[in-house]
Design a protein around this ligand. Structure first.
Ligand code: DGL
Length: 268
């Protein structure tokens, strides 16, 4: 497949959460066009089996490759954890994923010793973060915890709500007792409750948001491969979803931090 700098970056997630990654990409790479795919009809993936998650991930990959993207970004921690190899095996264009981005960002701070990772059950059960962080620094101690209640609470918009705060206290308690110095937000939804998590964890703990690291990695890769768009004109953004659920626009815009438009529905 021939790639050229004017092609779009393909970004995908199980739903709207990956728009936190798009938001970071738009800020870091303002002249790159983006095609986003959110599988809103089948979200959440984080509680599904690996086989199902990989089957869905490959279907989305094929769809984005048909749109002739120059780079694929797995903006979903769950798909990155379970299906990275399958996606990379299918793709003739480079593939970046949020777990690698999060791991690099975790080890970038050299005082990091005790890391807590939170994510969906599929992400945590896969141990993908442990493997990725230990690839860069085997000496780091890691404790992890699945937090299945966060995704529905965030989609409900309870970003600064007492129920979310109590849930966070409950989930984080064992890690805080374990004296972690860093907390990795291993799910694309979690940056939306970063403030609340920082408050519960305390200011001494560094929070790692892989969306920002992802944007930096994408910028570096495009530069290295001579794939950065040289044209400084307003880019094109396309959003594909498999369902337009109740309050979709409002939730999506909260993730993206700007107007979500135009959204095209794919019926699978
Ligand atoms: N996008 C998923 C992730 O980052 C969270 C939502 C889901 O469970 O599908 O892990």
């Amino acid at each position: 497949m021939q790639t050229n700098p004017s092609q779009s970056i393909g970004v995908f997630d199980s739903g709207v959460g990956g728009l936190t990654v798009v938001r970071a990409l738009v800020e870091r790479l303002p002249f790159e066009s983006i095609i986003y795919f959110g599988d809103t009809a089948r979200v959440p993936y984080g509680v599904k089996s690996s086989e199902t998650i990989t089957r869905y991930a490959m279907q989305i990959t094929e769809f984005l490759l048909q749109q002739e993207v120059k780079l694929l970004i797995i903006a979903c921690n769950t798909m990155a954890a379970v299906s990275y190899q399958a996606v990379a095996g299918l793709s003739p264009v480079p593939v970046l994923d949020v777990i690698d981005a999060g791991a690099r960002s975790t080890v970038a701070e050299r005082h990091t010793k005790n890391v807590g990772v939170i994510g969906t059950p599929a992400t945590i059960n896969s141990n993908a973060y442990e493997r990725a962080i230990h690839r860069y620094n085997p000496g780091i101690r890691i404790v992890s915890r699945a937090c299945p209640l966060f995704v529905p609470l965030i989609e409900e918009g309870w970003l600064d709500h007492q129920v979310t705060r109590l849930t966070a206290q409950e989930y984080l308690r064992p890690m805080l007792t374990d004296n972690i110095d860093t907390l990795v937000l291993g799910c694309t939804h979690y940056p939306l409750i970063k403030g609340l998590l920082q408050e519960v964890a305390g200011n001494d703990i560094r929070l790692v948001d892989s969306a920002l690291a992802m944007a930096e990695m994408a910028a570096n890769l495009l530069r290295e491969k001579n794939l950065s768009n040289p044209e400084q004109i307003p880019p094109d953004y396309k959003f594909y979803v498999t369902d337009v659920p109740y309050r979709f626009q409002a939730i999506g815009e909260r993730f993206l931090g700007r107007q979500l438009f135009p959204v095209q529905l794919i019926k699978w």
